[in-house]
Design a protein around this ligand. Structure first.
Ligand SMILES: Cc1cc2nc3c(=O)[nH]c(=O)nc-3n(C[C@H](O)[C@H](O)[C@H](O)COP(=O)(O)OP(=O)(O)OC[C@H]3O[C@@H](n4cnc5c(N)ncnc54)[C@H](O)[C@@H]3O)c2cc1C
Length: 387
């Protein structure tokens, strides 16, 4: 068993650390507080090829392995988790188009998505259905060579930048089971009837926009059907979400690492009762717990990523990594705040932002309770084993 990163992965990690230190850390606090969109950071991410991480080389992408992908998300999230969101659902949808798209779709979109000239996201959630994706109400009716889409999607990250935006719809609303009538349609920006109606006000995860989207008689060509065959949509998005969970787990590891780093540094500087607070056993216990759990979360995330790289299904592994790492991030963000005392509650200190960013990882890409049911199903069916 080898716990070392390869030479290429170490180089990638060092490159990402330099990028984060030089361009993200200096502005994160101010831009996050003001809600400023990080255009300059996005431009550098494009130059670094990060928009093409999940795009195959023949379409101009980096075709990064999943461990490398995890490293990128972890390092960016140490600086500002919201920025990782800009390439999060983008990478997930690029993976989905590369894996399931027709040759025509891949050629039409992947080269521009790989450079960041075009960007994307994923539209699954609706006001009335999130975890229960088979309960969505958005429909796409076939009309000659077109589909006519009607519905409303919410919580859609990158919605104002996505072109195309893959939208989960029901092409056969009466189908039983429901997933047999579900499909993904690639909706291009500017298509009449497609409107981003509002930006949702969020606790954290500032940087990328997260929006409500209305689709009112949106007409797209039949060639917009992902993969060209109806009824595969739920399967396609669930497979993509497995890779998405690795990126969310890695983001959580990044937030937990930053919380730990901030707590360690502050505890060495802050004095109380005539000594640095790092000398108090209560503070030491927090630091030790944070370090142990954070490292376990990182190893679990790399393990899930390595299993995906080995070409295996990873619903069990990516689910475990996402649940565990997100809960560690939440715990570390609270512990770091406690170590900072009153200053941890101030917007002038990074830990306040970490505390607002951490809960998203518990919710996104499948809530932790839903994923616990997925993990349990894999274990009890014998499809997944531990030990
Ligand atoms: C900042 C942010 C960004 C997001 N970005 C995107 C995006 O880009 N694209 C997108 O499509 N979605 C996005 N989402 C939506 C996100 O994926 C959903 O919020 C999530 O899947 C949960 O769905 P829901 O909010 O409808 O909650 P619900 O499904 O209503 O769940 C509410 C609660 O009930 C529990 N629950 C529901 N069913 C069960 C069950 N069977 N067993 C046990 N417990 C259950 C859940 O665990 C949860 O605790 C985003 C959300 C946020 C907050």
């Amino acid at each position: 068993m080898d716990f070392e990163l390869s030479a290429e992965q170490r180089l990638l990690r060092d490159t990402m650390r330099d990028f984060v230190d030089e361009q993200i850390r200096p502005v994160a606090q101010e831009w996050e507080a003001s809600g400023r969109y990080p255009d300059e950071i996005v431009a550098t991410m494009a130059e670094l090829g990060l928009f093409g991480m999940t795009v195959p080389e023949e379409y101009g992408g980096m075709a990064a392995d999943m461990v490398s992908l995890a490293i990128v998300f972890e390092e960016i999230s140490r600086g500002w988790m919201g920025v990782a969101g800009i390439i999060g659902s983008h990478s997930l949808s690029c993976w989905m188009i590369a894996r399931f798209g027709t040759e025509e779709q891949k050629q039409a979109y992947l080269p521009a998505l790989a450079t960041g000239a075009r960007r994307t996201g994923i539209a699954l959630t609706e006001p009335g259905a999130g975890s229960d994706l088979q309960g969505i109400a958005t429909t796409a009716r076939r009309d000659g060579d077109l589909y006519v889409i009607n519905g409303r999607k919410t919580w859609i990250t990158n919605a104002r930048h996505a072109d195309p935006l893959p939208v989960l719809v029901k092409t056969s609303p009466a189908a039983q089971p429901a997933h047999a009538g579900m499909s993904v349609l690639l909706v291009e920006a500017g298509t009449p009837g497609f409107e981003v109606v509002r930006d949702l006000p969020k606790l954290g995860y500032r940087g990328p926009e997260t929006c409500e989207v209305v689709l009112d008689d949106v007409r797209v060509p039949a060639s917009a059907l992902l993969g060209g065959t109806e009824g595969r949509g739920l399967q396609q998005v669930l497979a993509a979400l497995e890779t998405g969970r690795i990126n969310v787990a890695a983001r959580a590891v990044g937030v937990a690492q930053e919380a730990y780093d901030q707590a360690l540094r502050y505890s060495g500087q802050r004095e109380a009762f005539g000594q640095p607070i790092s000398g108090f056993q209560a503070v030491q216990l927090k630091l030790a717990d944070m370090a142990m759990k954070l490292q376990a979360a990182r190893l679990m995330t790399y393990w899930a990523a390595a299993r995906a790289d080995a070409g295996q299904r990873t619903d069990l592994e990516s689910g475990m990594a996402k649940v565990y790492a997100s809960e560690v991030a939440l715990e570390c963000s609270v512990s770091a705040m406690q170590v900072h005392g009153g200053y941890g509650y101030s917007r002038e200190f990074t830990v306040e932002r970490l505390y607002r960013d951490a809960p998203l990882m518990v919710i996104g890409e499948g809530t932790n309770d839903i994923l616990r049911t997925v993990i349990a199903r894999a274990l009890t069916s014998g499809r997944g084993t531990i030990g």
